[in-house]
Design a protein around this ligand. Structure first.
Ligand code: F6P
Length: 747
């Protein structure tokens, strides 16, 4: 026992030391990051207001200067802003500044810290006030006459509060860990001391006394489960295809997974030469799900949309894929022109798509489209039921094309585990209420066992819509909907990409890709490259992106003749008028920007409107100095994650819209509001002059996040939740049967 006590003490001290070192490192790094971010934001804000500042500088308080400063103070963490000249006179200030500072006080602090103001430059100071620390960032523009600076004051007190919370949580975690370690050690020591392990082993062999049999069975199950978990952990580490397969075998007894998604992962197209080629569609859904299917095998039920699709399937409309690897089955469902027009173009993409995206395109709902949507959902649900090999299969339903399918599958397979994942945002109830078939859509989705979204916000919106439009009980504590004693769990599962990305195999180095791309496009060997890669869709903010490129060139003369933005735009849903209109507008805008800034061989925008296969896409990612993802509203956006995956050289900057799910995870990107053209254009300029060390630091952090939170983890977590649900349902089914039997026996 003495040894056990010594061990516990040593373990506790070790854990304590580690916890404290972790805390210090974390605090230091997050504070450094945060200060850098607010400095960048202050710089962007002042740069955006540059023209107005210069215009109103001389007039000071009497002119429009107070309004310009008030504009800069819009950010909720900015306490105040002021304009001071170098003689210490206040030219104008917002109230928050006046309360805490004066110009002479700032100048004397700068002098005390040895900051010389002999030439226009930026500077920063951190000052401790009674209410907590504040951060001052000063910018002097060369055009200011008389000389002076604008100072932006940020409140840092919340950072100290956040640090205190982290410290408390770490301390708590440390105590819990220390207690657990102590408890486990003492119990293990006692077991060893009394020889209980031998008894237990004897009991497990089955020679225990009869009255212990149920206990022995329980213990056996427990031991089996613990050893399984231990094995899983030992094999665990990062999520990978192998680990995902392990989840299937371990938790779900190797059940076959059946996925239903409208888009197929491999499209067979006829070539003009009379052959057949395989096309990989531009789709975030396919990017995510395909590696999961390669890992799990099973069946993918999808619309056969390629011109050579019928020629490549067997008699049961199936083809093994990926070509040459054949790890799972693609089952194609054929649609007539009318079905495709109503279900895909009409209800899905002119109705639900604009309904769920806040991107100023009105949803259109037509009876005949709804009719086709219902019919096609039933056809796909039937195809799924044909493909399953048990009466309690695992079915993964993908996206807004199949809101009715879960209930339809449930009607034929009541014991199925149906996991539905909604790949796009879910709007608030007011907006969702626009849809004339809102109740039917929700009832359809509630056929699922688990309903997954990218973010908690979308889960909340869904629960609010359920609450508003159908009869049910919402279990807010467990995020579930209970209807007719059936339960649908509602969970966030942020989607991701495979890691490492197999398309990178064999691609040239980033430097080589950059040299090749510049040469092919006829650009200068030292051209700075930006890329945008999307389906040509109005939710992606492509017009706003090109307008931001235009503004960057207008504000930063040094970029003219050097910076070229390459936009790869894959044609999408081209039969829909709104998409045709977008195509024309993007083309006209690219032409306009080019007319304005082209000189000699230099072009600021290269618009490539065609489908690019993944290796070509990744070559552009590797070539770029920056990638701008400017979605106006996006569930996740996997282009952002693919860019990060492509940059194993830890170079390149991601400029990312705050309206993507990805912005919640990739916080080291330059996060912008794509509607705010000055912010976006300044972020592009900042990205292009970012020092390599900072690029590497940001990229490293994002790469480690995507590597860890990869798509195998996304799928694994859903399958583990499904497995828990299945065992709970099996148990409650058994209990119900026991209950019924007991009732039968009662007089
Ligand atoms: O999540 C990615 C996604 O936006 C899907 O919702 C959509 O189905 C897909 O990309 C691409 O669109 P489509 O299948 O209409 O080409």
């Amino acid at each position: 026992m003495g040894r056990a006590v010594r061990f516990v003490v040593a373990l506790t001290l070790g854990l304590g030391l580690l916890t404290w070192i972790g805390h210090l490192t974390l605090t230091h790094t997050t504070r450094r990051w945060f200060e850098r971010d607010i400095e960048l934001r202050a710089r962007l804000a002042v740069a955006s207001a540059r023209r107005s500042l210069v215009r109103h500088w001389a007039a000071g308080e009497e002119g429009g200067l107070p309004d310009v400063l008030a504009d800069i103070t819009r950010d909720e963490r900015v306490m105040g802003t002021a304009a001071c000249d170098l003689d210490g006179h206040l030219r104008a200030a917002t109230p928050g500044f006046r309360d805490a500072f004066t110009c002479p006080r700032i100048l004397s602090r700068l002098a005390a810290q040895g900051v010389a103001l002999d030439a226009p430059a930026d500077w920063s100071l951190t000052v401790d006030l009674r209410g907590g620390p504040v951060h001052l960032y000063g910018v002097e523009l060369p055009e200011f006459s008389p000389r002076g600076f604008v100072v932006v004051v940020h409140d840092l007190s919340f950072l100290s509060r956040r640090e205190a919370t982290t410290r408390n949580q770490l301390l708590l975690a440390f105590f819990v860990l220390a207690l657990a370690a102590a408890g486990i050690t003492v119990v293990a020591a006692r077991l060893a001391w009394r020889g209980w392990q031998d008894d237990l082993r004897r009991a497990l062999r089955g020679d225990g006394s009869r009255q212990f049999q149920p206990l022995v069975r329980d213990v056996r199950e427990l031991v089996a489960r613990l050893s399984q978990e231990r094995d899983a952990d030992a094999r665990g580490g990062e999520w990978s295809p192998e680990r995902l397969r392990g989840v299937l075998t371990q938790h779900l007894h190797g059940e076959r997974v059946v996925i239903v998604a409208n888009r197929e992962p491999y499209i067979h197209e006829k070539t003009p030469e009379g052959g057949v080629r395989v096309v990989h569609p531009a789709s975030g859904l396919v990017t995510a799900i395909e590696p999961v299917m390669r890992a799990c095998s099973g069946v993918w039920v999808a619309h056969g949309s390629g011109s050579a699709d019928r020629e490549t399937v067997d008699a049961r409309d199936r083809v093994k894929v990926p070509p040459g690897e054949e790890s799972y089955v693609l089952r194609r469902v054929w649609l007539t022109e009318t079905e495709e027009a109503g279900y895909y173009y009409g209800f899905s993409n002119e109705g639900l798509w604009p309904l769920c995206h806040v991107a100023d395109t009105r949803p259109e709902f037509r009876d005949e489209d709804w009719e086709q949507y219902r019919k096609v959902n039933q056809r796909f649900a039937d195809a799924v039921c044909d493909e399953v090999d048990s009466d309690d299969p695992i079915v993964l339903v993908q996206d807004y094309h199949f809101a009715l399918a879960p209930a339809m599958i449930r009607a034929r397979l009541p014991r199925a585990t149906i996991i539905t994942f909604w790949h796009i945002p879910w709007p608030n109830p007011e907006r969702f209420g626009i849809c004339p078939w809102r109740e039917e859509l929700i009832e359809g989705l509630l056929g699922s066992s688990i309903m997954g979204f990218h973010t908690q916000q979308h889960c909340n919106n869904f629960l609010d819509a359920v609450d508003a439009f159908v009869e049910s009980r919402i279990d807010r504590e467990h995020n579930a909907v209970v209807q007719r004693s059936r339960r649908t769990l509602v969970r966030p599962y942020p989607i991701s990409i495979e890691w490492p990305v197999h398309w990178l195999d064999g691609l040239p180095s980033p430097a080589q890709c950059a040299a090749d791309v510049r040469r092919e496009l006829g650009l200068a060997p030292d051209a700075l490259l930006g890329v945008g890669i999307d389906r040509l869709d109005y939710t992606k903010g492509i017009e706003e992106r090109l307008a931001a490129v235009d503004m960057a060139l207008e504000r930063h003369p040094e970029l003219r003749g050097r910076y070229t933005f390459i936009q790869l735009a894959a044609p999408s849903r081209t039969r829909i008028p709104r998409y045709q209109e977008l195509n024309d507008r993007v083309e006209a805008l690219a032409r306009k920007v080019n007319e304005r800034w082209s000189e000699g061989a230099y072009r600021p925008v290269v618009l490539l409107r065609s489908h690019h296969e993944p290796p070509a896409v990744f070559r552009y990612f590797r070539a770029a100095n920056l990638c701008y993802v400017s979605s106006l509203h996006d569930g996740m956006n996997l282009v952002a994650k693919e860019f990060v995956a492509a940059r194993n050289d830890e170079r390149g900057v991601l400029v990312l819209s705050q309206f993507t799910g990805a912005a919640r995870e990739l916080t080291e990107a330059l996060v912008v509001n794509p509607y705010d053209l000055s912010e976006a254009s300044e972020a592009m300029a900042a990205a292009l002059r970012m020092p390599e060390a900072e690029q590497a630091e940001r990229m490293r952090a994002m790469r480690s996040l995507v590597a860890h939170f990869n798509v195998y983890r996304w799928a694994g977590r859903m399958l583990v939740d499904a497995a828990q649900l299945r065992s709970r349902e099996r148990l409650s089914g058994r209990l119900t049967r026991v209950g019924t039997r007991a009732k039968e026996l009662l007089p």
